[in-house]
Design a protein around this ligand. Structure first.
Ligand SMILES: O=c1ccn([C@@H]2O[C@H](COP(=O)(O)OP(=O)(O)O[C@H]3O[C@H](CO)[C@@H](O)[C@H](O)[C@H]3O)[C@@H](O)[C@H]2O)c(=O)[nH]1
Ligand SMILES: [Mn+2]
Length: 727
């Protein structure tokens, strides 16, 4: 304290050895160009056999090559940021720290059980931060009195939980996560555990009954908001201030003030589009500006509990740095999950994305906003341009709002009404952007375009942990929504290249495209798994001979890329098997979810369908959970995507068998030696797909393919093979 120029509250370090990467990447690029030349100079002449497959494969390789260039962009420069929370504590007394508003979003008491939601809420209530400066808002798009009931119970429990957390300085502070990982015989410990179990049992029994008894209803006037006509899609705005942080009697067992706790279910009417999470967030931004109006906002999904009680302080180090803090709009922590199994069968976790790619984009000044685990500056998320922003250097004194709770509720309710946004800029230039199903990424682009800088911060210990999809179907549905929403952004006015022109650095524009272009990536991928096996069956060669010089770039590009990606995965903490599993999931995603996402975007562009948001299931059946934990594929439903997966796997198996047959029967001919690379490709796809054949032919449990899928895929694949000779 007191030194002339103050030491910074965070530092940024550039990763070393980038030159080595750049050299290596140049060699791959050379190989890619060589392949392009080969494709271009060897096109079969019109009328010659195999002209169209050749053109298709060439286009795919052009697509893959261009995409590769984008992905290497996010690896060009890597910058790691680290905050100094001790310096923050030394510099600011507790009462000088800024208030913080925390938004938790939930949307469905069945897919997101209230017992899960309140664990997230309790974890953020118990931050190592002055509780009177925290205000927690729960947005319930499910409009469910079960969730409201659970939140009431949690507010009672917090009176015991907060002192317990403080006294024993425990981690993590989600009671469920804490108790499932710790044991003690201490008396106080056992008694708090008992209290938690009691609360949980009660909440779960209410969840099971699916209604609130009259007795319980009498306990809080808030229940009067629900009647027999209230449904998820049709109800008035409900706002309840469960704990008023200004109320001197709202204290925990140790006599410390409790954080403010607010429940909100914004108005829903069947004829009003509610814009999903973006709509909920915008209502929260307005509502909180009346009730607490903190300068910083933390946004969490309801399944993301905080795993680091100091996360708020760490984030503030970035915002409050005297030198650079005022330019920063948001600090994004990576999405990590607590239910990832060792080898991550469905590739749900993103170690390489979190550690490398996101830091690679951020190195150019703007971090993606990923919807959860993100701290925002209120002005920037509301829509202000950086150039209009006047940093406030005064300390953050407590707001003295003399209004009563009822007055506050009345003043804020209208802000959550359907009609409030009509004729305003909300969803366009204010708040989160409407109209795309990945509102978070789009909003991040909008904010960067307004001149703000932002930070992606990946701490050693994950600061937030959520639930990853436990079944393949749920995982693919989520990937469909993402790929579709991301491509929608590319085609919208927020396309980084046009919207960001001269406003966002080229590195960031390209970096975003790694994700925005997931959906179109499905086209070359599909081509690569369909055309080669079909051509094999017909004996049409598509790749150079083993003895030809042209073989080299193919071998090098493939092997060097695979080796690099393996090293990258291992260095980011993946296991070898985890990396292998991810390659399979990439193949599956690109040929199913991304393709469906692509088709949906085209339909939307043509005005044939509307934006939707399929909520990710946070619960799975016991049977499904067992398979998930044992890392056994779950194909047990008749999704279209499963038929696609099985058909493509069979097609490659048939292609491989057909190719082998023709080589063996025709050992010495020139043609068969030209087919070797193609056979190797189908063989590789077949090896990667091993679990799919098992689920088709060998397995007997509920996770195998349903017979309808087996029949359909067999028919489709064999029909294709039979039709080939006619082509
Ligand atoms: O109408 C809605 C729909 C969703 N949500 C909430 O949005 C969050 C994200 O939904 P989820 O089904 O868990 O989607 P994910 O794919 O897991 O979420 C990621 O991707 C979304 C965009 O597709 C972002 O909104 C999320 O923040 C980001 O974590 C959850 O808390 C939901 O409760 C709402 O509040 N209202
Ligand atoms: Mn989620």
């Amino acid at each position: 304290m007191g030194e002339g120029k103050q030491v910074p509250l965070f530092e940024s370090k550039e990763a070393r050895f980038r030159l080595v990467y750049k050299l290596f990447a140049s060699t791959i690029f050379a190989a890619i160009c060589w392949i392009w030349v080969y494709r271009f100079t060897n096109i079969p002449r019109a009328g010659e056999q195999g002209r169209w497959p050749w053109i298709a494969i060439s286009m795919s390789e052009l697509g893959f090559g261009l995409y590769w260039i984008i992905t290497s962009c996010v690896r060009w420069k890597i910058v790691f940021h680290s905050p100094f929370k001790q310096r923050l504590s030394n510099r600011y007394d507790e009462d000088k720290l800024p208030p913080m508003d925390i938004f938790v979003c939930t949307a469905d008491p069945l897919k997101e059980p209230p017992s899960l939601v309140i664990n997230t809420v309790l974890s953020v209530m118990s931050y190592n931060y002055p509780p009177e400066k925290l205000s927690i808002y729960l947005s319930d798009d499910g409009g469910s009195e079960l969730t409201f009931y659970a939140l009431l119970r949690a507010s009672d429990f917090s009176k015991h939980w907060l002192p317990f957390c403080r006294r024993f300085n425990i981690e993590p502070r989600s009671p469920e996560a804490y108790f499932s990982g710790h044991h003690s015989d201490d008396k106080e410990w056992l008694s708090i555990k008992k209290l938690y179990e009691e609360m949980k049992t009660q909440i779960e029994s209410v969840e099971n009954m699916d209604k609130i008894s009259e007795d319980m209803r009498k306990q809080h006037r808030g229940f009067a908001e629900w009647n027999s006509k209230t449904t998820k899609q049709d109800h008035q705005s409900i706002v309840q201030i469960i704990i008023d942080g200004r109320d001197r009697s709202a204290v925990d067992d140790d006599g410390f003030q409790l954080p403010t706790l607010v429940y909100m279910a914004r108005e829903k009417r069947p004829n009003h589009p509610h814009n999903f999470k973006a709509g909920a967030m915008n209502a929260l931004i307005r509502l909180s500006s009346v009730i607490s109006n903190a300068p910083f906002i933390l946004n969490l999904d309801c399944d993301m509990y905080t795993n680091d009680a100091d996360a708020v302080k760490e984030a503030l180090c970035f915002f409050m740095d005297e030198d650079k803090g005022h330019e920063i709009s948001h600090v994004q922590f990576p999405q990590d999950f607590y239910n990832i199994t060792k080898n991550d069968l469905y590739g749900n976790s993103f170690p390489v994305i979190n550690k490398l790619e996101m830091t690679g984009i951020c190195a150019h000044g703007a971090a993606m906003y990923n919807g959860t685990g993100c701290f925002h500056r209120r002005e920037s998320i509301t829509g202000m341009h950086f150039k209009d922003y006047k940093p406030k250097h005064d300390s953050y004194s407590k707001r003295e709002d003399k209004r009563t709770v009822d007055e506050l509720i009345d003043a804020s309710k209208v802000l959550a009404d359907c009609t409030y946004e009509q004729g305003t800029l909300w969803g366009k230039q204010m708040g989160l952007v409407y109209g795309v199903s990945v509102e978070d990424v789009c909003t991040g682009i909008a904010i960067a375009g307004r001149g703000w800088k932002s930070i992606h911060y990946n701490p050693e210990r994950p600061a937030f942990l959520g639930i990853a999809p436990a079944t393949l179907e749920v995982a693919l549905v989520q990937q469909t929504r993402w790929s579709e929403g991301l491509l929608q952004i590319f085609f919208s006015k927020y396309c980084p290249f046009t919207y960001g022109y001269r406003k966002i650095k080229l590195g960031v524009q390209m970096g975003y495209c790694v994700y925005l272009l997931w959906a179109p990536l499905s086209l070359p991928s599909l081509c690569y798994v369909i055309v080669p096996p079909i051509c094999l069956l017909k004996g049409i060669p598509l790749f150079p001979q083993l003895t030809s010089l042209w073989f080299l770039p193919f071998a090098y590009a493939f092997l060097a890329n695979a080796a690099y990606s393996l090293c990258e995965g291992l260095s980011c903490g993946q296991t070898f098997k985890g990396w292998w599993n991810l390659q399979r999931m990439r193949l599956i995603r690109r040929t199913t979810a991304y393709f469906i996402g692509f088709v949906d975007v085209i339909r939307k562009q043509l005005g044939l369908s509307q934006t939707k948001f399929v909520l990710t299931d946070k619960e799975a059946s016991e049977d499904a959970l067992r398979r998930y934990e044992q890392e056994v594929f779950d194909f047990g439903s008749s999704s279209v995507m499963f038929t696609m997966i099985a058909t493509l796997a069979l097609l490659n198996l048939f292609g491989f068998i057909g190719g082998m047959k023709s080589v063996i029967m025709d050992m010495n001919s020139n043609n068969s030696s030209q087919l070797i690379l193609q056979i190797m490709l189908t063989a590789l796809i077949t090896i990667v797909n091993k679990p799919i054949y098992e689920a088709l032919f060998i397995r007997n449990d509920k996770g195998r393919f349903p017979s309808s899928v087996i029949v359909k895929s067999m028919l489709l694949a064999s029909l294709t093979c039979c039709l080939v000779p006619l082509l």
